[in-house]
Design a protein around this ligand. Structure first.
Ligand SMILES: Nc1nc2c(ncn2[C@@H]2O[C@H](COP(=O)(O)OP(=O)(O)OP(=O)(O)O)[C@@H](O)[C@H]2O)c(=O)[nH]1
Ligand SMILES: [Mg+2]
Length: 57
């Protein structure tokens, strides 16, 4: 019971963000920057990227 409640609370804080934009407009650069990755070597994305970001716990 407790674990169900805990999971429900966790879900409340979960968000799904869909990021769209024109080709070569800098979407991957923004995501990589947020993830703290090196943005000096981005290549065109084939298909799509799914990332999980932990923010403030
Ligand atoms: N001058 C400038 N160049 C940028 C900026 N953001 C990204 N770029 C450059 O624009 C190019 C494309 O960036 P990406 O992050 O690959 O763009 P994208 O939208 O993910 O591209 P696709 O995955 O091909 O759709 C790269 O060469 C980046 O270095 C910016 O704010 N200013
Ligand atoms: Mg991309």
């Amino acid at each position: 019971m407790l674990s169900i409640l805990r999971k429900a609370r966790l879900k409340d804080k979960e968000m799904r963000i869909l990021m769209l934009g024109l080709d070569n407009s800098g979407k991957t650069s923004i995501v990589k920057n947020i993830m703290g990755e090196d943005i000096n070597e981005v290549s065109p994305t084939l298909g799509f990227i799914i990332k999980t970001i932990d923010y403030d716990g």
